[in-house]
Ligand binder design. Sequence first.
Ligand code: BTN
Length: 242
Amino acid sequence: MPKLYALKVNHLFYDVEYFTSISSTSTYLKNKKELREGMTVVAAKQTKGRGRDGKKFYSPSGGLYFSFVLKPDEKIISYITPLVGVACREAISQLGGDDVRIKWVNDIYLDDKKVCGILAETKIIGEDKFVIIGVGINTAKPRFGFNKKIRDIAGIVCSDVPNENLNTQILNIVEKYYKKFNKAQLLDKYRQFSNVEGRSVIIKSTGEKGKVKGIDDEFRLVATLPGGTEKTLLSGEIEFTD
Ligand code: BTN
């Protein structure tokens, strides 16, 4: 049974359910027959946390795991992912981290280690198109450490701030940028805090190697391949090789 969860959020995210354990907060929302904008689900741990591209998202007790529902206008739907990335970066940096960056497309890095992952999925019910956004943040060192696969890249947001406060802060910042949507401002922030420019990378889906030129006006990644061809990616994953 979910419990009520007292997040001190503004107006949009007032409908909050809390689980001490759940398979996945995003799966839970995806399986609902009815969705409303603002619905939020928080869990103390997930047994089947999901990441992008069908990967697992390790979600032991202590971390912050939550998902929420937006019903954006079609014109801004493709900018929701970077909007949440910018909001998470901002909230995490307020905890005191000096070097909090966004790794395209939507991972948050602190001192070169991934501390937060974001998963955005759409669900259509009748005529309505919803976006379910799931956020997972390593806010505590896992009792048995990170597993081998992620040990080298995963980091922790170390702070005395309770998860509820970080959760509240992220949702309030999302609400701020969402209600007064401003693409130019978002793009400026996304570019300012991106950590990909000039980096040598492998494009995971194709195995191609390249150097990142930057983020274009649609938040796409532009990379220069050996030989000088430019490649523009709308989604996907890159791995740093330098
Ligand atoms: C990624 O890094 O690939 C995205 C990870 C997203 C994890 C969050 S945790 C809350 C929500 N529930 C899930 O099962 N996944 C997202």
